[in-house]
Design a protein around this ligand. Sequence first.
Ligand SMILES: [Zn+2]
Length: 280
Amino acid sequence: MPDVTTARTARRPSLLAVFAHPDDESLTCGGLLSWCVALGVRTSLLCLTHGEHAEHARTKSLLATVRARELRAAAAVLGLDDVTLLTHEDGMLPWTDPARLERDILETIERTAADIVITFDEDGLYWHPDHIAVHERTVAAIAAMATSQADAPALYYVSLPAGAMRAVADHAAELSAAREPVTTAPTHILGVADPDAFGADAPPPSLVLDTSDFARQKLRALRCHNSQIRENDALALVTLETAPRLLGVEHYRRAKGRGSTGETFLDRLTSSPVLPRPVD
Ligand SMILES: [Zn+2]
């Protein structure tokens, strides 16, 4: 087990994940968050909206309540120390006052004394406008910190491995075809119709983590987001047995020129080489 204490202070390190909607945390980095908890890292989440505008919303206020409850349950499964769930409007983050978003992010970084911040990469998983806005505002918040204090946190971006959600959809299709009678294969992943969209344009990772030991926790956390995993969702057919294979790799990229540049405990979590990019 790597030593996670920070060299500067020898105190318990703190990691903060910054995302847009309930379920982003479990899908993107549920494995790493669980791993950090197991290592004794103080592990926190900032979620900027309640995800109340999902397409099947019954009423927005009801869905907001349901999704808040689901997020608390997922956070409990992952073992998170701290969850901050804000009420910015779902779907509107690119048009929300950037200064307000940056202030909210900065305040949470300071309150949790984060040594490491994780957020979406610039592809926003699949060019989701809210995700891209969170990426941009988090980058701006940390850039603002760096000019005012020397010890801004280290910044990492998370993306989904290209093809990972296609593998989940293919697995669901195989299971459906093997059933008697044959059932229609689920095609969606958390409401997204094209599994190939996830990670398709993600920049190459600088850190590829084998999080398969924590994939079951990740799946359990994902399942807490019950309102998002409907009948036609391929994730519904991932089991505790198949989770390590289907959900057990996570991609991260250290931000260049933003935040602290020193080695962090994340850099010591794996000796896995960076996977080569597929040749088109
Ligand atoms: Zn999202």
